[in-house]
Ligand binder design. Structure first.
Ligand code: C5P
Length: 417
């Protein structure tokens, strides 16, 4: 492999007993022609020696931020890396990553990165199940960090359960797949292995093309003002993430949000409903499934002003005209993909949702109470389809997204999962 093609990773080792597996991981990665720069936390050195890691990778191990003359190892190392892989990642280190701390070399390196971050958790089952860890893991997933594992099995402490680090072979395969795909992120070679390993499932949506709209739209009034809504985009992004985990090829058409795009999704950023419709029209022909989660503004200003409207004492009237209904447009194409709508209602959920599903001519509608859903991390959904209604009880949005996709798979592909 020539120098330009050589892939480089930083392998971060944190202080857990699974650190011994990092030696085998480093060996397997080097064997695949990947350049491995190891960085260890102080605690990790109590489990495995830097000398071992140096011998396996042929490079001195990065240990603390003060070791090089100008103290810039974190910037230099993350600048040349194609990915950072933390294996094992302790509960403590995951908490650090989730809160953006940078108080040692490895965490600083992660914060300063401009490349994918893969994290292989390893810890006792109680620590993995602890609500603080669950929260931190969710945060990492929301930040676009890829979680590899953990797996279930016998643990170093003698207990059995979830929290065991994936085997070096599996990790090496995942890392190599990421590095191959990093030249063409659109091809969705990225996977979030967490849930499917947790649930012992293979990738149920492999090869399925899913088009998703998410977030609010922004309809300009003038050069600086506009009409928008409080949609955060979290539900649509969670569905994109869950679909990626299941192997789907995801196109995410997103209005303005503060969220990081799930890694591996093809992202199309839009502002207004008209732009969202155009992006959907460009992508819908290839889609097997269309999930309209966006809170599209129902109206736009008839004649937005190119300049900022000056204040005066006179009253101001804006004429609003209806926006196109993107979901109804897709659902009424001659050969529509499988269409799923969302409805946020503030009252009479069942009545409004049922009527909306029929009016929009869609097989499935997911409804929630707007006051419970907008902006929050949790939600509760009621699914309406030909067979009736199904409650997806209150859970975080990624869990709900997975349950929704499973429901769709059952309906559409008649699969039992
Ligand atoms: O009619 P209502 O706005 O409540 O319908 C909500 C559903 O329709 C959502 O799935 C939303 O993404 C979609 N929608 C759309 N285009 C619009 C309005 C809503 O795709 N203009």
């Amino acid at each position: 492999m020539d120098q330009a093609q050589t892939k480089r990773i930083v392998l971060g080792i944190t202080g857990g007993i699974a650190a011994y597996k990092a030696a085998e991981l480093a060996r397997l990665l080097v064997k695949r022609g990947i350049e491995v720069q190891v960085a260890m936390t102080e605690a990790a050195t109590h489990f495995i020696t830097p000398a071992t890691m140096q011998a396996l990778t042929g490079k001195p191990v990065l240990l603390d931020q003060w070791q090089d003359a100008n103290g810039m190892a974190h910037i230099q190392s993350s600048r040349v890396a194609d990915a950072i892989v933390i294996a094992p990642a302790t509960a403590d280190f995951i908490a650090k990553l989730a809160s953006g701390l940078a108080n040692d070399l490895l965490s600083t390196l992660c914060l300063a990165r401009d490349c994918p971050l893969l994290v292989a958790p390893a810890m006792n089952k109680q620590m993995w199940a602890n609500s603080a860890t669950r929260r931190n893991v969710r945060q990492l997933a929301a930040d676009g960090v890829m979680l590899l594992g953990p797996a279930s099995g016998v643990q170093a402490c003698g207990e059995e359960g979830m929290g065991r680090m994936l085997e070096a072979e599996e990790l090496a395969r995942e890392v190599a797949a990421l590095l191959q795909g990093s030249d063409s992120l659109n091809e969705n070679s990225l996977t979030l292995a967490l849930s499917r390993r947790e649930r012992g499932q293979e990738r149920e949506l492999a090869g399925v093309k899913v088009l998703i709209t998410a977030g609010p739209t922004y309809e300009a009034i003038d050069a600086v003002r506009g009409i928008t809504n409080r949609s955060s985009g979290k539900m649509g992004y969670a569905i994109a993430q869950a679909a990626l985990e299941m192997g789907a090829q995801v196109t995410l058409v997103s209005g303005p949000t503060a969220l990081s795009k799930p890694l591996g999704a093809r992202a199309v950023d839009v502002t207004s409903a008209a732009e969202m419709l155009a992006a959907v029209q460009q992508n819908v022909a290839q889609a097997d499934m269309f999930i309209a989660v966006a809170a599209v503004a129902d109206y736009r200003v008839a004649q937005p002003s190119a300049q900022k409207i000056k204040k005066s004492d006179a009253s101001l009237t804006l004429e609003l005209i209806p926006n196109p209904d993107i979901l109804a447009y897709v659902a009424n194409l001659p050969q529509p993909p499988f269409c799923v709508g969302f409805a946020a209602e503030s009252e009479m959920l069942r009545e409004h949702a049922t009527a909306k599903r029929i009016k929009k001519n869609i097989p499935l509608l997911a409804a929630n109470l707007a006051q419970n859903a907008i902006g929050s991390d949790d939600n509760e959904l009621v699914l309406f389809d030909d067979a009736g209604e199904h409650l997806l009880p209150r859970a975080d949005k990624l869990t709900l997204a997975r349950a929704l996709l499973h429901h769709i798979i059952k309906l559409k592909f008649n699969l039992q999962i």
